[in-house]
Every structure is written in structure tokens, then in C-alpha cells.
Design a protein around this ligand. Structure first.
Ligand code: CP
Length: 318
């Protein structure tokens, strides 16, 4: 029987496995109908201890579009966590009900604890300021689909690079591809953590750290904007001072290449002016769509229900 697999970190999959996952996601994009019964009879549990719109709903849509069903909670206050139940116990219970679980938790490492006690695949749907692997898969698929390859570009990451887990996950994942130059654009207080720059230094990957977005706009192939993460600040005054540090507007877009793409994991607050939404370079809503395809592909892969698994007779027996 195939070993139970989870998705805690994008690096859990090799570059080759990710390439297969993205190929499958593109197949789904081109012919979603042909996947509409692949998960008949399967159940996805979404256990969200933190707010979400995109991740939870795209996981649920993904399972529904595959023919499966969903259950779960969107608010820990409505679950037995409010009575003090541990994540370990909750996942042991969920393992009795569902075939696969997507979990978001404010505590770093909580989905990993769940995975260690689970009888079903667990997907980290965001843990504190740590990782958000399925957002990273979404970002990688979007980059590959729009740019044609995962490599040989300059990417600017702008905003809250200290607390933004999507940024940490994405940088980590991109270090496995060649020819990528990073430009980190943030106020001093929200710089990318030292462990990330140290990791880039150790791998010989080039990066710059700047404060002014305008200075680097003309050199970017991708601009990954992020929101200042209010929920991770200890001090409201600091949040208020920094929340509007960057606002991408039409004037700044005039400095950018004609073929540059703007990405954002969303939700957006003020950091991208709505006037930019109609710019053909604005790719953040397309990114949401890619998130659906890649989550469908991930569910199929973790359940051992891809054609490759079927051909190899590797379907997991539950
Ligand atoms: N990008 C993202 O994680 O959005 P949600 O918080 O709405 O799930």
C-alpha cells in the first residue's frame, strides 16, 4: 500500500512531482468536465481555525468539482476546540469521517502535528506566519502558465515580507529553479527575515533589498504585492503607521515593463489601487482561478487518484 502523503511544505514534493502536478492542473484547466467524477464518494474536511475566503472555498469547490463532498468548520469557535480539544484529537476524529483534510491554524506547526496523528492526508492550508503551501502551488502554477517557465526572471516581492507566510513559502519554493533574481521591497520594520536571506546566501542566489518600489519597477518580470498582516502585529500603532506604505497605482504601473505580471495572494486591503485591476498586467484574479485547478490536482494526487497512480495500481485502500 502506498505511504500516506501530506502537504505541509511545497518542498515536500520534488521539482519533478511539482511539474507533474502543474501538468495535471493545466489538464484540468483545459477540460474540467472530464474530472467531474474522479472523486465520487470521497469527502474533504476543511478545518479552519483562522478566517479564510479563497483557500477554504477553493478547496471545497475543488472537491465539489471532482464529484466529492465536503464537511468541516470555518470557525474554531463552533468546533470542540472551543472546549479545549487538541488538534491531535480533532484529526483522529476527522480521520473517521473524511478521506482528506485541509487545515488552517494560527499556530505554526499545528497542521504538522495533525499530520503526525492522522490516518488521512492532511494539507497545510496556512499555519501562522510560517507556510502556506497551496498558495505557493497556486503562485508557481500561475507563474508557469503566464510566463511559460519557472525560471529566468526577476521577481519583486513588496510589502510585509516579515509576517507574510505566502512570501516565505514562495521564496523557498523558487530557490529550486534557476535564473531567478529576487528584489525585496519593504520598509525596514517589515524586512524579509534573516533566515531567508541567509538561506539565499548559502545557495548563492542573488537578491536585493530596497525600500522604494519605483526604483525597481522597470526591471521586474513579476511584482508580488502583499498586504500588511494586521493580525500578526503586536502593536496597533505600528500597523497603522505601516499599512499604507505601498500603494500600487496607475502612475507606478507606467514605470513597469509592458509584459510584467502583478500577483497578490489576496485579500487586498489598500496596497493595490482598484484602478490597476483593469490593467492587462494585473494577474491576481487569474491567480485565484489557478488556485482552484492546482487544489483539484493536489486532492487527486494525495488521494492517489491520478491516471499515473491508477496505471501503477497505487490507489490507496482506506
Ligand atoms: N490567499 C489566501 O490565503 O486567502 P484566504 O485567507 O482568503 O484564504
Amino acid at each position: 500500500m502506498e505511504k500516506l502523503r501530506h502537504m505541509m511544505n511545497p518542498l515536500d514534493f520534488s521539482v519533478e512531482e511539482l511539474s507533474d502536478l502543474f501538468d495535471l492542473a493545466n489538464e484540468i484547466e483545459n477540460d474540467m468536465e472530464s474530472f467531474s467524477h474522479k472523486c465520487d464518494g470521497k469527502i474533504l474536511a476543511t478545518c479552519f481555525y483562522e478566517p479564510s475566503t479563497r483557500t477554504r472555498l477553493s478547496f471545497e469547490t475543488a472537491m465539489l468539482r471532482l464529484g466529492g463532498k465536503c464537511l468541516g468548520f470555518a470557525d474554531a469557535g463552533n468546533s470542540s476546540a472551543a472546549k479545549g480539544e487538541s488538534v491531535s484529537d480533532t484529526i483522529r476524529v476527522i480521520s473517521c469521517f473524511a478521506d482528506i483534510c485541509a487545515m488552517r491554524h494560527p499556530k505554526e506547526g499545528a497542521p504538522m502535528v495533525a499530520a503526525s496523528r492522522s490516518r488521512i492526508p492532511v494539507i497545510n492550508a496556512g499555519d501562522g506566519g510560517h507556510q502556506h503551501p497551496t498558495q505557493t502551488l497556486t503562485d508557481l502554477l500561475t507563474i508557469r502558465s503566464l510566463y511559460g517557465e519557472l525560471g529566468n526572471f526577476t521577481i519583486g516581492l513588496c510589502g510585509d515580507l516579515k509576517f507574510g507566510r505566502t512570501v516565505h513559502s514562495l521564496i523557498n519554493a523558487l530557490t529550486r529553479y534557476s535564473g531567478i533574481h529576487f528584489i525585496f521591497v519593504s520598509p525596514q520594520e517589515l524586512r524579509v527575515p534573516d533566515y531567508i536571506t541567509e538561506m539565499l546566501d548559502s545557495k548563492g542566489i542573488t537578491y536585493e533589498e530596497v525600500i522604494k518600489l519605483e526604483e525597481v519597477m522597470p526591471r521586474l518580470d513579476f511584482l508580488y504585492m502583499t498586504r500588511v498582516q494586521k493580525e500578526r502585529f503586536f502593536n496597533e500603532e505600528d500597523y497603522i503607521r505601516l499599512r499604507n506604505f505601498y500603494i500600487l497605482d496607475k502612475a507606478k504601473m507606467e514605470l513597469a515593463k509592458e509584459k510584467m505580471f502583478i500577483l497578490h495572494p489576496l485579500p487586498r486591503v489598500n496596497e493595490i489601487s482598484v484602478e490597476v485591476d483593469d490593467d492587462p498586467r494585473a494577474a491576481y484574479f487569474k491567480q485565484v482561478q489557478y488556485g482552484l485547478y492546482v487544489r483539484m490536482a493536489l486532492i487527486l494526487t494525495l488521494l492517489g487518484m491520478t491516471d499515473a497512480h491508477m496505471n501503477e495500481g497505487l490507489i490507496r485502500k482506506f
